[in-house]
Design a protein. Structure first.
Length: 399
């Protein structure tokens, strides 16, 4: 006789398959999971009774036989709070199981002050997320952090941009809110967001390269995140781009990130501006200094400013090295380029493709992000359905 744990596991497994394959049928789920059609039909009936899945019409099959009832996840059966920890702020969203953002808020973070920044994060989650009327209460919290993360422990191993080291963030947030908590690397969540709802939809093997203040990559192989032996897969900010790098010890910020991240681009812009004092880039740097935006520098490049074009070209060279190496090593179906800022991703993708030319044996399927700044929180919704207690698998007692 099956135990309740086994029964709940099967309910959850089939509900997740409905979510991933929507719209789908009982027969497709049975084939996908290698479970008998009678078992799938019985479990689907239970999920329909619980309101976890819903029927959405009938398939238009060209094969002989009766058309199948199509199934979809009920996206509003549960919600979660998704958090994207950025350089100086936390962006939080109430989001349903279908990836729809229902409410959101932003809170500045006291960078370098761990206790105060944690207090600001909890205040954001307690007071600033206002659920719309009729929405289900949140059943989990998923946090994306710019850090090497041990997801099993919810541990932030090292987040240099926030000044957090060996911080048990998952345990702290779970104790505060009494909800299941998942802490993940932010770029890993963004990769899952693009895999589920974004530019890489339909691909099983992909890499998401995030460029902004930091540089990182999320690797999805066979539809699952690849973490590596020390949870550090995708830390491409530490890519070795020249022999000189080998003569120095690794620091809190990797060699590539120091050169192609936001601060590296601004430092290079200042140097180039000195060589081109009459350029529009020099004018921008003189006016804005370290507050200049990378997207403004890139806009000047596309408008023909020679100094900005030097900076843009050097950035393209560095990113091309990263993307070529990832392509050769992993041979993914698609590489998605994006990040938390608008760096004119389509322009960068076109320039990188031209820079690659015929250097590789096979062309790279490189495309810009489709989800932009929401990639992390949408990836959080994709992860949340697997957390215990998120799917309501027990009937609600009648009042």
């Amino acid at each position: 006789m099956p135990t309740k744990a086994n029964s709940d596991h099967l309910l959850s497994r089939i509900a997740i398959s409905v979510r991933d394959l929507t719209p789908t049928s009982r027969a497709e789920i049975a084939r996908k999971l290698d479970v008998s059609p009678s078992t799938v039909s019985r479990v689907v009936d239970q999920l329909l009774d619980l309101g976890v899945v819903a029927e959405m019409g009938r398939s238009q099959s060209l094969k002989a036989g009766r058309p199948s009832n199509l199934l979809q996840i009920n996206p509003d059966i549960a919600t979660l709070i998704a958090v994207d920890l950025r350089l100086t702020e936390a962006y939080a969203a109430l989001i349903n199981l279908g990836g729809q953002i229902l409410a959101s808020a932003v809170e500045p973070l006291a960078v370098g002050d761990t206790r105060r920044s944690i207090d600001q994060l909890t205040s954001l989650l307690h007071h600033q997320i206002v659920p719309p009327p009729g929405s289900a209460p949140p059943r989990a919290i998923v946090i994306g952090a710019p850090s090497i993360v041990n997801p099993a422990l919810g541990m932030i191993e090292w987040a240099p941009s926030l000044g957090w080291k060996d911080l048990p963030l998952g345990e702290m947030v779970e104790a505060e809110f009494n909800l299941p908590v998942r802490v993940e690397n932010d770029v890993n969540l963004a990769a899952l967001g693009e895999y589920w709802k974004g530019a890489a939809r339909g691909a099983s093997n992909l890499v998401f390269v995030s460029v902004g203040t930091g540089i990182g990559a999320g690797v999805v192989l066979g539809g699952e995140l690849y973490y590596g032996a020390t949870h550090a897969a995708g830390e491409v900010g530490y890519f070795i781009t020249d022999i000189e790098t080998l003569r120095h010890a690794a620091g809190p910020i990797g060699n590539l990130e120091m050169r192609a991240g936001r601060l590296g681009i601004l430092r290079r812009s200042e140097l180039v501006a000195h060589r081109y004092p009459a350029s529009r880039l020099a004018e921008l740097i003189n006016q804005k200094g370290s507050q200049a935006r990378v997207q403004d520098i890139f806009t000047l490049a596309t408008e023909g400013d020679p100094a900005a074009q030097v900076v843009f070209s050097e950035t393209v060279d560095l990113l091309t090295i990263v993307i070529c190496n990832l392509s050769v090593m992993l041979d993914p179906e698609v590489i998605v380029l994006g990040g938390p800022s608008d760096w004119q991703w389509e322009t960068l993708v076109d320039a990188i493709q031209k820079r690659v030319g015929a250097a590789l044996l096979h062309p790279i399927n490189l495309i810009p992000s489709a989800l932009g700044q929401d990639a992390v929180v949408i990836g959080a919704a994709y992860v949340a359905i697997r957390l215990p207690g998120v799917l309501p698998l027990t009937p609600t007692p009648a009042e």
